[in-house]
Design a protein around this ligand. Sequence first.
Ligand SMILES: [Zn+2]
Length: 202
Amino acid sequence: MDTATSTSRQEIRCDDCGQNRPGYDIVHFGSAEKGYRLLCSLCFNTQVAKAAGLEGFEHAAFESMGLSDCRGEIHEFHFRTQLLATSIALDAFELRNGNPTGYFFQIIGDPGEDQLVLFGRLVEKMRRALSVKHLKNGDYGLQISDQGIVRGRIEWDERQGGRLPLLVIDGREINWDQFGSMLMSYEGWQFKLTIADKSEEL
Ligand SMILES: [Zn+2]
């Protein structure tokens, strides 16, 4: 079974087309038995399309774009398309030192779907998310905003070695301690926690 995993190292040469691509655009393609090849997403998608018999599939590369959030701050988003035989995933993410960080959005579509339409749906989803802030600066530092709802992403915290998560809320990194302090403004209240796949919209 062929598997694919992403890597975040910077500027890696694609084993197929020979082009140097940023690490986030490179996929390890192959298997533990047969070995892995490093492919850029264009070459990866072309291989998948060939293997899945998806004739006429054309990889669409989307230029980075800036979107402003509800406070007027501009976020620069980069895009990545990955074809997965029965679906196509389109990711949007911010970069810091060449690595994806901050806001991340994903949309899943049908491999035969017009990628521009899919892109349009992704941008709408991003705009909806950027129009809301879940945290605010209060008298005691960063606090949960008045709506009492927090949406975010669970990430690996290097400093915790996997023991505690790093949260990304409003595109910013919040460690577990900081989040715990924010919750203490609501001592005695109840809460509801929902966990969802990264392509879902909460
Ligand atoms: Zn390539």
